[in-house]
Design a protein around this ligand. Sequence first.
Ligand code: IMP
Ligand code: MG
Length: 174
Amino acid sequence: MARIRELISEKQIRERVAAMGAEIQSRFESVDEPIVLVCILKGSVILLADLCRSMDRPAQLEFIGVSSYGAATESSGIVRITQDLTATIKGKHVIIVEDIVDTGLTIKYLLENMRTREPKSLSVCALLEKPSKSKGQIPIDFLGFSIPDQFVVGYGLDCAELYRNLPYIGVMES
Ligand code: IMP
Ligand code: MG
């Protein structure tokens, strides 16, 4: 078993996600129709579940699956949609819910892809950001935490599909 050092506790996550939900709620206070929360599978599932319950307003939950092309082509930022949305987002207020923005290529691709579907507004909510890599190029409208450039797991984030169900976020130590 790999050792995992706690970086962000369950309590810190709970408080921050509650605050993010409140931020989203106040940002869309004047909007009567449901906003659309687009969850990027699988890493953002846990965040989505907590986030959507931390806002007292109508919200529609949608899911999109993406996978990056191999390491050689990753720098091009091309990702493959493995499971598309099942609803149209045209004319809707859409928030992409992402677990972590690392190089920012995935979110950049998704922003471009979502824009072609003509939402009324499009914003990004990410629990984590590694600023050293994404260099602030990606506008994150609702951000949980900035973390150092280390590989983290837990609260949805995996290492080879494991550790997603840890209630805290930790750094893998070999
Ligand atoms: P990006 O396209 O480089 O921003 O990568 C985003 C995706 O890479 C995230 O949605 C995660 O699935 C994965 N990822 C990046 N950093 C980590 C990490 O530290 N732990 C687990 N997954 C990560
Ligand atoms: Mg992910």
